[in-house]
Write a protein that binds this ligand. Sequence first.
Ligand code: UDX
Length: 434
Amino acid sequence: MSQVTVIGTGYVGLVTGVCLAHSGHDVICVDIDPAKIAMLASGTSTIYEPGIEDLLRQGIDRGNLRFATPENGWRDLIADITFVAVGTPMAANGAADLSAVRSVVEGLVSAAERPFTLVMKSTVPPGTGAALAERFLSDARVAISYVSNPEFLREGHAIDDWYTTDRIVIGTNDAAAEARMRELYADIESPIIATDVSSAETIKYASNAFLSTKISFINEIANLCDCIGADIDAVSRGIGLDTRIGSQFLRAGIGYGGSCFPKDTRALDFIATLNGYQFTLLKSVIEVNNRQRLLPVVHLLHALPDLHDRSVAILGLSFKPNTDDVRESPALDIVPLLTEEGASVKIYDPVAHDVQIPGATRVDSVWSALEGASAAVIVTEWEEFVQLDWQHAKTVMCMPAVIFDGRNCLDPLAIRAAGLTYMAVGRDGAHRGA
Ligand code: UDX
């Protein structure tokens, strides 16, 4: 079993630490935020992720999962395998902000007194590993092996994804480091792609860019379906059954959000431009997604020409179900536009409770959101909305009322049978309120 340190206890770092401890490795998770570390050490998860708290408590009870801050320096925290899993948020120019990564790598390199393997788990653009090696590792006092080991975890499924991943990517030019990584992941049955650092970094960005492309593509087809009266559900099924295409990521709607796709597509576009290449397709993917998230506003303005003093219910705030993460949620763009139009907006999300959007009111049940509303927009396909009693909804809403299903997750017949106007993305007749 390996001695492991994981630096950064966000989604990626925490899942990495907790799962490696579950596999039997000796793990220390490190974060600069003492409040986070205290909470985790007491067995309470700092993120909403199904199954994580159980594994966290088991690791603490077994004694092979510990938590620390770097307040006394990095020296004693460096393990044989030290993961960097700090954030790489989007900078104002669209690039990935690598300041936290650089500062941790610099700290580790200057504190290290014996050789170790530095594993980059943070999502860093192609070329970053080579730049870090040149800037920090080349004149380190001890030998440091650099490995790029990107993650492919989906929020809400992160623990399952860790153990049943489609592939493990190990990017390094150091054979001994590669062997250590293979040993670390010995209990996970998965193909391993062993390659150089830049290729490993590119695999991560290309995967997210491709999935984003699939979503923007199906959204374009859905918009076309609306123009010609075709049904996107049938079209998605029909093309997805072609095994060369595959059925996943063909769900049309108001576009992708979250902490990865929007940031990674923009960072890849930025790095391409910086390297003298115009990634035309990717630019279009981003543009389509930006436009797609405004669809509810465009169509509500059409259906209810004067939104002034009308109440609109926003159902869902997280960027997808089973997470409380609201980063890049379409709601963040939709709500301000509706309030600017004079609508009074009520927001309900079953899990994402802590976020406020200026000008809108947070309510604590779907029924208070719908009370008196002339329209409801499904931003997130939470099961609670899919199962909602729309007959009852009609009795509390201000009729005639419109339901804009931004995730194509409701049964149009049930909504229409309740006497409500149903609108969606690419579903036959949706925008005609048929
Ligand atoms: C994603 C990748 O899937 C994961 O491999 C990577 O490591 C991190 O980014 P995540 O951000 O958790 O994971 O979300 P994911 O489930 O992939 O969905 C991303 C967004 O795309 C969501 O907003 C979702 O609503 C949207 N989406 C997804 C669609 O609009 N249509 C689809 O068919 C699939």
